[in-house]
Every structure is written in C-alpha cells, then in structure tokens.
Design a protein around this ligand. Sequence first.
Ligand SMILES: Cc1cc2nc3c(=O)[nH]c(=O)nc-3n(C[C@H](O)[C@H](O)[C@H](O)COP(=O)(O)O)c2cc1C
Length: 400
Amino acid sequence: MHNIVKISDTVYWIGTNDRRSDRFENMWPLDKGVSYNSYCIKDEKVAIIDTVEFSTHGAYLQKIEEILDGKNIDYLIVNHMEPDHSGAIEQLIFRYPNIKIVGNKKTIGLLKGFYNIENNLLEIKEGEELSLGKHKLTFAMIPMVHWPESMITYDKTDKILFSNDAFGSFGALDGGVFDYELNIDFYEDEMRRYYSNIVGKYGMQVQMALKKLANLEFEYICPSHGPIWRDEIKNIISKYDKWSRLEPEDKGVVVVYGTMYGNTAKSANIIARKLAEEGIRNIKVFDASKTHQSYILSEIWRYKGLIIGSCAYNTSTYPAIEALLSKLKLYGLKNRYVSAFGTYAWSGGGMKGIKEFAENSKGIELVGEPHDVFCSPKIEDFEKLEQIAIEMANKIKEEN
Ligand SMILES: Cc1cc2nc3c(=O)[nH]c(=O)nc-3n(C[C@H](O)[C@H](O)[C@H](O)COP(=O)(O)O)c2cc1C
C-alpha cells in the first residue's frame, strides 16, 4: 500500500496534508501547513473516523479506496463537525451511499445545518458501545473542546484514543506521522500555537475532558491534526493540563509593542536589554503589527511575564495591541505578571487599554509603574523603563 500508515493491524491513518492554504479558519497562519487526520478501522465492519477538509478530498478518497480493496464502509464516526473535518462527508456519501453516520444529538443537528443530511444516522450517547467485530468502540462527550458536539472515540480493543482536536497541532506531517518519527520540538511549538489560538478560550472544558481521559488506558492518542502520540503521551497530557489551567510553562517574558514610527520600539528594546542584564534568559520581543497574533499568543501562553507597550493612537491604544488585548480578555488569560509602557505626543491614551486589562483581569498582577514616554524616550525615561524591567525580572526570579 502506498502512503498509508498502519497504527495497528487493522487501524490506519488516512489523513491528508495541506501545504497550500495560507490560513487556518482564514485567520491563523499555516507557514508549515496542517494535516487533516482521518482514521479507518477495517474489521468485520469498516468504520472511518472523521473526514478531511474539502480541498484535499481527492487524495483522501484514493487512500480509502486502496485500503478498502473492494469492501464497503459501514460507519462514518463524526467526532467533530468543523468543516476541516466534515468537509468530505458529502463526497464519502456519494461514493459509499450505504454508509451510516454516527454522532451525538448535537452532531445530528449540525449535519442537517451544514449538509442537509438527515438519513442513515445513528445517534449515540455517552458511554455507548459500537461493535465492529473485534473492535469495540465507546464514545465520550467533550462539549466545547471547542465545539458543542465535540466527542472522542475510544477503541477498547487496540487501546487507541481518537481525541478529536484535543492534542492536535499545526504543521503538516512531512513523512513522519508518529511522534517517535518526528522532531518533537517543532510539533510541541505548533501544538501550543494550535491550543492557544483555537482551544485557548475553553480551558475549563479541557480540564473536564482530561478528567474523563484519566479513566481510560490508551497506547496511542490519534488527534485530528498533527502527529499521532505514543512516546510523548505523558508529556502532552501534562502540557494540556498546564495550558488549560493557564499556568505558564517556563520562566520568561514576552515584550510586545505597537508602534507607527519606532519610538515605542526604542522603549521596548531598553526594557528587553535590562531584562537580560537582570538574568532573564527567555525574552521574546514582538512588534504586534509585524508578527501575527497567532505566534504572540502562543508565546504568551508559554511564559509568566508579559510587558505590553503602545503608542497613543487617536486617544486610544494602537489597533494591533487592542486586537491582542481583546483576545487575551476573551480567552481569560490569568496567572501572569503584566507591565505597561507607552508613547504619546499630546493627551496620551496608548496605555489606557493595557492598564484596564491588567487592573480588571482576574489573576493578572500589574508589575511596576506604567510609564508613558513623551514623543521619544530620553535619558530621563530610561531609568523608569528599566525599573519596569527590574521589577518584572524580580517577580519572575522569585517563581519556582
Ligand atoms: C494617527 C496618529 C494618531 C495619534 N494619536 C495620538 C493621540 O491620540 N494622543 C497622543 O498623545 N498622541 C497621538 N499621536 C502621537 C503619537 O502617539 C506619538 O507621535 C508617538 O511618539 C508615536 O510613537 P511611535 O513612534 O512608537 O509610533 C498620534 C499620532 C498619529 C500618527
């Protein structure tokens, strides 16, 4: 068989890679692509778990045809209805008209909504079992991770967890599919980016899902994007636990600023240099207009310290910083130290949004005295900006 990956004797990865789309959800950059993972269990009965994004359905159907070798598909299990996974359902039904679609009550509503599908449905409930012959599958609901119909499928026989978007990552699968075949650092970063961008708002629901998983014994986690996890299962579960509790992973500081003419950037550089002199080794500096929010959010999820700067812009915070703050508020960022700085030329306003965010968000501690620089930083500003860095560094160093 060509380009078909076996997880066990009868379970296959039949996903596709997308290196063509610029953005995921038309928003998050896909510099290194993304995979849409689908799986096939070929037992007495044949089940497919999720499909792929529409644009890759050609390669997908070809793989299925090769694996089936003339057999029919009995079930399509729909763990998630987001179109990057449900995008080839219509094509699958067209080729295999007797296929029964398995989902929960909410899946069934969305099948009608997106594709006008109402027939040949099998509604399953939490804990119910579906037998394929040797393979016994059970289902658990993980609502709002990150859609209401989200569920996971567990293969009791081969101890495989089909985890839906949980534990998924950006990044196409460049040959390697299993974690032990890959450079894990890259996918860990892409998993953090996926988590913070896509799932970040639903930490509480992820915590509930993790509690359900704790009762299952599995040898493989097969998510809907990115690598299949075997050797790194403990590691990725512990990362998910941290991220969903909004606990930082590492000591370090993100410095992010919004600037039109570079004066706010000067202040950011002064702060970053002082952080380094104070012994902070992980310092990530971003111009919010240049680096996509996707990457900045990911680093904010990683580190405990966050220093935000903005020039005044029409009495308010610079739009690129405002957009970032609005995401942080929506996602409920907490357990962070935050400092503020700004630049202005008449009545100010750049730091307004940052201070409001730091003062009004639960679990955020404002560190240091926010400092607004008149036009461009001068000697008298340097000390105040450096003081912010010193106080932030002290807080970070106090952490275990
Ligand atoms: C379009 C525009 C709007 C501005 N709005 C304000 C404002 O509302 N209040 C203020 O004090 N300064 C305002 N400024 C001045 C800038 O904040 C100031 O020049 C600052 O030094 C710019 O920093 P930067 O070099 O980092 O862009 C504005 C400047 C521009 C170009």
